[in-house]
Design a protein around this ligand. Structure first.
Ligand code: THU
Length: 177
């Protein structure tokens, strides 16, 4: 048998000593008829909101709907721009809108749906990294988890919070060192 080199043995030892830390995210996969009435209404609003999208460049329409703790619902969609980075995703468009109109009311839930090529996507679209960070800030600001519902023709994914979409996240507390 070939003898392992000193470096190879040292490397294995380091791997053995190092601790692996796991960051887990658990989402629930549902069908529309398994949702509560409140959840289904929000998803329907998100689907409807894809019609508000201004997406002449990507032809990928994203609709989002937000339910606030007082029962009010806000809707929005992605807004693109010829200078691509100047556009904004649906989640941030609607979250900034809702927070600006209602700065003291916590967000209870957010739903999203994506429409392209003449149909809703089969797989649920997932918020991009920048949107996740913004959703997280709102959650932290109100000290209350928001449920996130991602619609796809095949399944609806439900995440219990924005934080669950962004494990090991950067939050205001990190600024204190
Ligand atoms: N988009 C969203 O609105 N939300 C996301 O989370 C991902 C992407 C938009 C941005 C752009 O207008 C189009 O989808 C294609 O990326």
């Amino acid at each position: 048998m070939k003898k392992k080199s000193y470096f190879c043995r040292l490397y294995n030892l380091i791997l053995y000593i190092m601790k692996n830390i796991e960051f887990k995210t658990v989402a629930r996969s549902c069908q529309m008829d398994e949702l509560t009435q409140e959840e289904r209404l929000l998803v329907e609003k998100a689907k409807e909101s894809t019609k508000l999208s201004y997406s002449p460049y990507s032809h990928f329409a994203v609709g989002a709907a937000i339910l606030l703790e007082d029962g009010s619902i806000y809707t929005g969609a992605n807004q693109e721009n010829a200078a691509y980075p100047s556009g904004l995703c649906a989640e941030r468009t609607v979250m900034f809108y809702a927070n600006a109109q209602n700065p003291s009311t916590p967000v209870k839930a957010l739903a999203c749906a994506c429409f392209t090529g003449g149909h809703f996507t089969r797989k649920p679209g997932s918020p991009c990294g920048n949107c996740r960070q913004v959703l997280l800030e709102t959650e932290q600001r109100f000290q209350q988890d928001m449920k996130i519902l991602l619609y796809g023709e095949n399944e609806v994914l439900i995440f219990p919070s924005a934080k669950s979409l962004l494990p090991h996240c950067f939050v205001d507390d990190d600024l204190n060192g």
